[in-house]
Design a binder for this molecule. Structure first.
Ligand code: AMP
Length: 281
């Protein structure tokens, strides 16, 4: 496994790489969710590159960049365990040298609502760094998790609009044994809150079960998930969106196999994101 700490070293290392390249961008604090993307990339490519970079551009003024977990040594061990070919550990001064003032801004509803509305500028930061990383790595395929549903939709738009020659793949959400979606934020949950957090996936699964039993009223489904979580959680939003075009789903019948219920629920100050396909084929 080759480790690079500058763009220049990375470019040199990748120039010697042969065959197709799969790329997995991360912010480190790696867990099995990240590793599932790496495994998928390995299945579909000759070589795999992973980036670890806590991107300051995607943190808002009220979000604490310095609190983001940094576990570089353990991350590198995990990647070594999977025999990843190339790992880039990005540094702010190298990726954003003095004078850097470019931003990639995707306009439209996809960046304005839900996470975009609650975290102004977040997707500009994501798109700017991902565009920069795509130029650096020039991958054939790039892998992202459905865990960040809206991010997948935004990046798909960027790739299409700017014509990046990369195939974007969205991968399933990896979960803990009790259903909680794996996330670097889970470590901030207190013991009691960690126990309650499993109820998020339970509520989403219950909604999917209702759909299987014939419930097609989207407003009803969302209201019942909110009800289940109210009390223990502060539910920021529950919505159903089409996973192909991000359109708001009013009727499940018009979005066969593509209607995802998305939610954000806060507990003990920790913001937990999750989503589930309501009508899998
Ligand atoms: P992050 O390091 O949080 O920026 O995440 C890097 C990538 O891993 C993103 O594409 C995430 O969507 C993905 N990811 C995070 N958690 C999970 C999970 N539980 N299952 C699958 N992918 C995930």
């Amino acid at each position: 496994m080759k480790i690079y700490r500058t763009q220049a070293a990375l470019a040199q290392g990748l120039a010697e790489s042969r065959g197709s390249l799969g790329f997995v961008p991360t912010m480190g604090a790696l867990h099995d969710g990240h590793l599932s993307l790496v495994r998928r990339a390995q299945e579909e490519n000759d070589a795999v590159a992973v980036s670890i970079f806590v991107n300051p551009l995607q943190f808002g003024a009220r979000e604490d960049l310095s609190k983001y977990p940094r576990t570089e040594e353990a991350d590198l061990e995990k990647l070594e365990g999977l025999s990843v070919d190339h790992v880039f550990v990005g540094e702010v001064g190298d990726l954003y040298p003095e004078g850097f003032c470019t931003a990639v801004v995707i306009q439209g509803e996809v960046t304005q609502v839900l996470e975009g509305e609650r975290r102004p500028g977040h997707f500009d930061g994501v798109c700017t760094v991902v565009a920069k990383l795509f130029h650096l790595f020039q991958p054939d395929r790039a892998y992202f998790g459905w865990k960040d549903f809206q991010q997948v939709c935004v990046l798909r738009r960027m790739v299409q609009d700017l014509g990046f020659p990369v195939e974007l793949h969205a991968c399933p959400i990896e979960r803990e044994a009790d259903g909680l979606a794996m996330s670097s934020r889970n470590r901030f949950l207190s013991g009691a809150d960690r126990g309650l957090a499993a109820r998020i996936h339970e509520a989403l699964s219950q909604a999917r079960k209702s759909v299987r039993h014939g419930q097609a009223d989207v407003a009803r489904l969302c209201a019942s998930v909110k009800e289940r979580l109210a009390g223990d959680f502060e539910v920021e939003y529950v919505e159903v969106r089409d996973e192909l075009d991000f359109g708001r789903v009013e009727s499940l019948d018009s979005h066969p196999g593509r209607a995802r219920m998305l939610l954000v629920a806060k507990i003990g100050g920790v913001r937990l994101l999750d989503n589930l396909l309501l009508n899998p084929r």
